[in-house]
Design a protein around this ligand. Structure first.
Ligand code: GLN
Length: 306
């Protein structure tokens, strides 16, 4: 009855346990240039098994079913071809909320969480009109900023715009999912041009397209091949969209209101200078992300003189 221990060890090594699947897939993704191969493997395997990542850790020695392995294999193939994990599973976590994404939306990035933190800070001290904080999210994409702000600021009324109707459909779905659809209004609009009400906002937030055409050609293929170019590229300088947004603030940002923009460190100084030229702002701050890059501009519109 006693089995040869060598044979037992061999049997084990040939069984596709969760641990072995993860190790193999991690090596494969690394060889394909993923920057987070282990995480990618865990998210995909958890998705194939409809469980959480933590549950994988408590089941290292078990074997996924044939059905789960087939589903996982297909996802591994797509990831190996460069498709982002978020698009394979159809969602991405942002500020502890899950956002549906697809090829029409930019995948929310951790850098953008800094924008949310700054916006929440500002919201605490901004003036309300009839107990409502009017917020705009310009270029809402998946709705990450608009929905997160509505979720965390109970008296916020958010207008979220995007030039892409397809992105808006996803953002609407996300707002409903997180039960803030009653306080977020979506609109297809080039920046704020189509927005009628409210005329002015206490806070305007935006993660606009800010990549230059030349930088775009250097981006990773997984970004260029799978995410919408229009969400990323601004023009030859990178500052074009932000410059137009500054101009719109003249009409659209309340006095004493706050404009918070995510941008590339490459254009941070140029945008600071453009902001100064408008003469609208009395306080302009540049905020760094965790990598030490100048990632945000937060600017307060001058209050009216008494
Ligand atoms: N606001 C969305 C985000 O931050 C989309 C931004 C964009 O498409 N440029 O993820």
């Amino acid at each position: 009855m006693n089995q040869d221990p060598d044979k037992q060890a061999k049997d084990r090594s040939q069984t596709w346990t969760i641990l072995r699947l993860l190790e193999w897939t991690t090596d494969f993704f690394r060889s394909r240039g993923s920057e987070s191969p282990r995480l990618d493997a865990e998210i995909l395997l958890a998705h194939a098994r409809s469980c959480s990542r933590v549950e994988l850790y408590t089941a290292f020695a078990s074997e996924p079913s044939e059905e789960e392995r087939v589903a996982f294999r297909e996802m591994v193939r797509r990831r190996g071809d460069g498709m982002p994990v978020a698009q394979i599973v159809g969602y991405r976590e942002f500020y502890s909320l899950s956002f549906r994404v697809n090829e029409a939306t930019l995948i929310p990035r951790p850098e953008t969480e800094h924008l949310v933190i700054e916006a929440l800070d500002c919201a605490a001290r901004l003036n309300r009109q009839q107990n409502v904080l009017h917020v705009a999210d310009v270029g809402t994409g998946s709705g990450a900023i608009a929905v997160t702000l509505a979720k965390h600021i109970p008296d916020a009324q958010v207008v979220a715009v995007d030039i892409s109707q397809k992105a808006i459909e996803i953002a609407q779905w996300n707002a409903k999912q997180h039960e803030v659809d009653g306080r977020v209004q979506f609109l297809e609009s080039d920046l704020l041009s189509e927005v009628e009400e409210p005329t002015q906002f206490a806070m305007i937030c935006s993660n606009p397209p800010y990549v230059t055409e030349a930088e775009y050609d250097e981006l990773a293929p997984s970004v260029r091949d799978f995410e919408p170019r229009s969400a990323l590229v601004s023009g030859p300088c990178g500052t074009e969209v932000i410059e137009r947004l500054f101009e719109q603030c003249r009409e659209r940002l309340c006095s004493g209101g706050q404009l918070i923009i995510e941008l590339s460190p490459m254009i941070s100084q140029a945008c600071m200078d453009l902001g100064k030229e408008t003469g609208l702002f009395d306080e302009m701050r540049s905020i760094k992300d965790l990598s030490g890059h100048r990632r945000l501009l937060s600017m307060r519109r001058e209050s009216d003189a008494p």
